[in-house]
Design a protein around this ligand. Structure first.
Ligand SMILES: Cc1ncc(COP(=O)(O)O)c(C=O)c1O
Length: 233
């Protein structure tokens, strides 16, 4: 088809294997396959300029070891060695995940015979990954006080059973008004955020050494419904 449309020129091949991939094997395999297809297309007279291996490079949210990026590089670079193809990648998480922190305040504590809850002002509307994927994110109190540790489910105030940031977390003494931070929120955090339960989105601040810059204004309630139209139909 591409050959029949002079307006079109085939310049490259792209793939994306998925996300949070913590071994290099799939990248080597994908690179081999893209090279194979590209070579065939070259033989058919196309001139392939680039092979895009997508993103998906896994990171460790819990401190467990993951391959260094250099291992992924070796895996994708070996198959096209000596070939005229430019290699392209689309890393997202690997670049920004660790740089983002969600700061939250403890609203209050609650217990039942089976569990202790720490209810925070942050919720699945700011970080949906725990609810969506049962993803683990580190949670720490900003101020560490002396005293016994307690195991908490750290949950948000949204009226949803899935509204949690972390389950069975051992934390030191915590009280209403205390601050805590949730780590690794730089990727798929605010970008997947919502205004569910009429919750305006929070502000975003860039910290560079002792320089602090507001990079996203806090939304107001008006912002939540400003696009709604009251129609008399
Ligand atoms: C086509 C494509 N490229 C790159 C990415 C980035 O993936 P990651 O953040 O896992 O590196 C995604 C994520 O969904 C994607 O769909």
């Amino acid at each position: 088809m591409i050959k029949n449309f002079p307006e079109l020129s085939l310049v490259g091949l792209s793939c994306h294997l998925g996300s949070q991939i913590k071994n290099t094997g799939p990248y080597r395999e994908a690179s081999k396959r893209l090279v194979h297809i590209a070579d065939e297309l070259q033989d058919q007279g196309f001139s392939i300029e680039f092979l895009d291996l997508g993103g998906g490079f896994g990171i460790s949210y819990d401190g467990k070891k993951t391959p260094p990026l250099s291992e992924y590089a070796k895996a994708v670079q070996e198959p096209p060695k000596g070939k005229p193809y430019l290699l392209v990648i689309e890393p997202g998480r690997w670049i920004v995940a660790e740089s983002g922190i969600l700061l939250s305040q403890v609203l209050y504590k609650k217990s039942n015979p089976h569990k202790n809850f720490l209810i925070t002002d942050a919720s699945m509307t700011e970080l949906i990954r725990p609810a969506l994927y049962e993803a683990y994110h580190p949670i720490e109190l900003c101020e560490k006080r002396r005293g016994p540790q307690t195991t908490y489910d750290v949950v948000g105030p949204v009226c949803e059973t899935a509204d949690f940031l972390g389950l069975k977390r051992k934390l030191g003494p915590a009280d209403s008004g205390d601050y805590l931070w949730v780590g690794f929120c730089g990727a798929y955090g605010s970008s997947m955020g919502s205004q569910y339960n009429v919750r305006p989105r929070p502000a975003e601040v860039l910290v560079d050494g002792d320089r602090v810059t507001l990079i996203r204004k806090r939304e107001s309630l008006v912002d939540v419904w400003k696009n709604e139209i009251l129609s008399e139909y």
